[in-house]
Design a protein around this ligand. Structure first.
Ligand code: IPE
Ligand code: MG
Length: 234
């Protein structure tokens, strides 16, 4: 989710206004994804690097997040959405952490969609902590280093029980990953749009999904040969 600040600046508004509008996009996209039957949705709400922003902006984002958790939990319950968090949530202010824990606890039996909130998340940091976990187990003699494989690393990440994303969307015209999921994006389809996050709503989500549907995912292999023959004939 990127472009809240630019959305506001273009209108002569404060960055806070942009974040406030961005919160409405969160609701719109979460509910649209749920309607569409998307089983997992991850929102990159706050990255490890975002802590470097001025404290007034960080506090404002934290208070928005706090309010979101308090007001949205009921709506998420109604829609059978389960909330999980990825990232170093211990760094969040205590009241935000408590609200987050409460939302996770309240929604834990919901099954129609999993909403993963990336909070104080960094892709490299996630890999580092997975490496530590595995190294500890190896040092304790619980695992043989030779048995470490992709699955063990994937399972040791914060996203251990979330499948790799099929589609990754970045708004606001930036064409980079910015330390979001790194290991997990190996075969993900990437989609970049100029739309600023506060303007990204159901319509833009559908456009992104249509672009995704037009992609051919080969995972490094070649397309089905029968398929290629057909295409050559046409
Ligand atoms: C994304 O919008 C919101 C968060 C990172 C929380 P930005 O705040 O990054 O907006 P720009 O990039 O300044 O436009
Ligand atoms: Mg930005």
């Amino acid at each position: 989710m990127d472009g809240n600040g630019r959305w506001a600046r273009r209108r002569g508004l404060s960055r806070h206004e942009g974040h406030r509008r961005g919160k409405d996009s969160v609701r719109a996209v979460v509910e649209a994804a749920r309607e569409l039957g998307i089983p997992y949705l991850t929102l990159f709400a706050f990255t490890t690097e975002n802590w470097q922003r001025p404290t007034t902006e960080v506090s404002f984002l934290m208070s928005l997040l706090h309010r979101y958790l308090l007001t949205e939990t009921k709506r998420l319950m109604k829609r059978d959405v389960r909330v999980v968090a990825v990232g170093d949530v211990e760094r969040l202010p205590p009241r935000v952490r408590d609200a987050l824990r409460q939302t996770i606890e309240t929604t834990k039996s919901n099954r129609s969609m999993t909403l993963a909130m990336a909070l104080s998340y960094g892709g490299r940091q996630d890999i580092v902590s997975a490496a530590r976990k595995i190294a500890r187990a190896a040092a304790a003699g619980e695992i043989d280093p030779e048995t470490i494989d992709e699955h063990m690393i994937a399972a040791s990440l914060d996203t251990g029980d979330i499948p790799d994303p099929d589609l990754w969307i970045r708004t606001s015209g930036e064409i980079r990953i910015s330390n979001c999921f790194l290991f997990q994006l190996a075969y993900t389809e990437l989609y970049f749009t100029e739309t600023l996050w506060p303007d990204f709503r159901e319509r833009e989500l559908l456009t992104a999904l249509a672009a995704y549907q037009a992609r051919e995912r080969r995972y490094g292999a070649i397309a089905d040969p029968a398929d290629q023959r057909l295409r050559a004939q046409n």
